[in-house]
Design a protein around this ligand. Structure first.
Ligand SMILES: [Zn+2]
Length: 499
């Protein structure tokens, strides 16, 4: 059968009772020759005829060629996005956790100077609003995930993912295309992971965004990390550590050479602490070079290198090149293998102050980790100055309630006469029960006593014991104090995962 295909790219969306459902089945309501008709395209015949046969819609059917069909289809998508946008905006206006000065028209004004071209396009507005809302809510990351039937946007706030909104998958696909455009990524490539960066201007502030796209079974998954400018880095004394520890840390950072390590799981604030430290010691007389993955804070005062494994620029090769650049202070994003461990120790022994991170739960465990990586104990003794193990703990919102559960008392061996609290959730805290985070840390300094012990067979438990004898306040003790002072909950302390 030869079909008569119509070419017409000026067709418009017709909104009626059935149009949404029809659209999902590739049957598009439109007006043709002054009649309401259903437009189909032969690529989707199996879906659309299956649908039409079930519903017996009394409309004339026309067949569009591919170009005309795609054009009309995109108009439907835009139409729906507009509706979704209005819905999102209404929700935003109704929700009390957004402070009063925020209103949508204001946002659209600010939003329009953010990015390039066609500021009226709803997708652009929508993507801008994602960033805007993320900043408003103090989110560090924006996650876009495709599920089987829907797509979802989540924000990471205070270290925890929180649902922001759900969208139609087709619309989200347009959103992802838009994100690719602004990050200079290949729009047509949907089968391989892509990484990019973009910069947006929001309310007079420039934001750097790192974009990572990964193909998954149900579609592409996008994670956008909002990077901070180093001017916005919190000062060391404001990170939340106790005054004595801050003081000790500052003194350690004044050493001319040696190694200082920061440990803790991903998202425990290690790079923030390292950058606060670097900021503290920046001076014209010092050559500071970092190699990071990613460069999380951009600074004008230090030379920062981004790891790029595609061109062979790894922590190890980067460090080797840095050493030829006559540095005073080096920050290596992470020690992840024997080679980078040995090279770092070497750098620390030859007149450089080196900062890095290591994946261990507790501070004293860094010693055994380095030994496992093949570093000689006498080299650790003579180069390692200290290890800081840290965590970010969410603070209870004022909506907290008294926790009477016996299990909570048991978990941290808390005296029964002490009042402790649990999270509840209110509008102020986005219904999480928590507001803000505070950093806690244990600082393990290698004094003569520890160095002497390193000559014998090293055991993690004995190291911990010796560290406590030498005035290290262990993380679990600090967490327990936070619970009994009503600052955080047992559930949060457990989530932190010290025990
Ligand atoms: Zn609350």
């Amino acid at each position: 059968m030869q079909l008569e295909q119509i070419h017409n790219t000026d067709l418009e969306v017709i909104e009626n009772k059935e149009y949404e459902n029809a659209f999902k089945n590739h049957a598009l309501f439109t007006k043709y020759k002054n009649k309401e008709v259903i437009a189909l395209n032969k690529q989707y015949f199996d879906i659309s005829f299956d649908y039409l046969s079930k519903f017996h819609l009394n409309y004339e059917i026309i067949y569009l060629d591919n170009v005309s069909y795609e054009t009309l289809y995109n108009k439907f998508l835009e139409h729906r996005t507009d509706k979704e946008m209005t819905k999102v905006q209404q929700e935003q206006e109704n929700s009390s956790f957004i402070d009063e000065e925020f209103n949508v028209s204001e946002f659209l004004k600010v939003g329009s100077d953010i990015l390039t071209t066609q500021d009226s396009a709803p997708i652009i507005k929508f993507v801008n609003s994602l960033f805007y809302q993320a900043i408003k809510k103090n989110a560090s990351d924006i996650h876009i995930e495709m599920h089987e039937y829907k797509a979802e946007v989540r924000y990471r706030i205070d270290g925890v993912l929180t649902k922001h909104l759900e969208l139609d998958k087709n619309i989200m696909a347009l959103v992802i295309s838009r994100i690719k455009v602004i990050s200079n990524l290949d729009i047509s490539e949907k089968r391989v992971p892509q990484d990019g960066r973009t910069q947006i201007k929001l309310a007079k502030e420039n934001l750097d965004i790192r974009v990572s796209i990964l193909p998954t079974f149900y579609g592409e998954r996008v994670v956008m990390r909002i990077l901070m400018q180093s001017e916005n880095i919190v000062a060391l004394k404001d990170l939340g550590f106790n005054a004595e520890l801050t003081n000790n840390l500052e003194n350690l950072a004044r050493n001319a050479y040696g190694m200082i390590l920061v440990t803790g799981p991903t998202g425990s604030g290690k790079s923030t602490t390292l950058h606060s430290l670097l900021r503290q010691i920046v001076s014209n007389e010092k050559n500071i070079i970092t190699i990071e993955d990613p460069v999380e804070y951009k600074s004008n005062d230090i030379s920062q290198i981004q790891v790029n494994s595609k061109v062979g620029l790894t922590f190890e090769t980067g460090l080797r090149s840095i050493l030829r650049q006559d540095p005073d202070i080096i920050m290596l994003g992470e020690i992840r293998d024997s080679a980078s461990a040995k090279m770092s120790i070497q750098a620390a022994l030859t007149g450089h102050l080196l900062f890095s991170t290591l994946h261990t739960n507790r501070a004293p465990a860094a010693i055994t980790r380095l030994i496992d990586m093949g570093v000689e104990k006498f080299l650790i003794s003579s180069s390692l100055l200290a290890v800081l193990a840290q965590r970010l703990v969410r603070k209870l919102c004022t909506c907290k309630e008294i926790d009477t559960s016996l299990q909570s008392y048991k978990a941290f061996d808390i005296n029964k006469n002490t009042t402790i609290y649990k999270a509840v959730g209110c509008n102020n805290c986005n219904h999480t029960g928590y507001q803000g985070r505070v950093a806690i840390a244990e600082l393990f300094t290698l004094n003569d006593d520890i160095k002497e012990y390193l000559k014998s067979d090293v055991d993690d438990n004995i190291l911990m014991q010796k560290a406590i004898e030498n005035n290290m306040i262990p993380l679990d003790k600090q967490l327990k104090d936070m619970i009994t002072e009503g600052k955080t909950s047992v559930a949060e302390a457990i989530r932190i995962g010290i025990k």
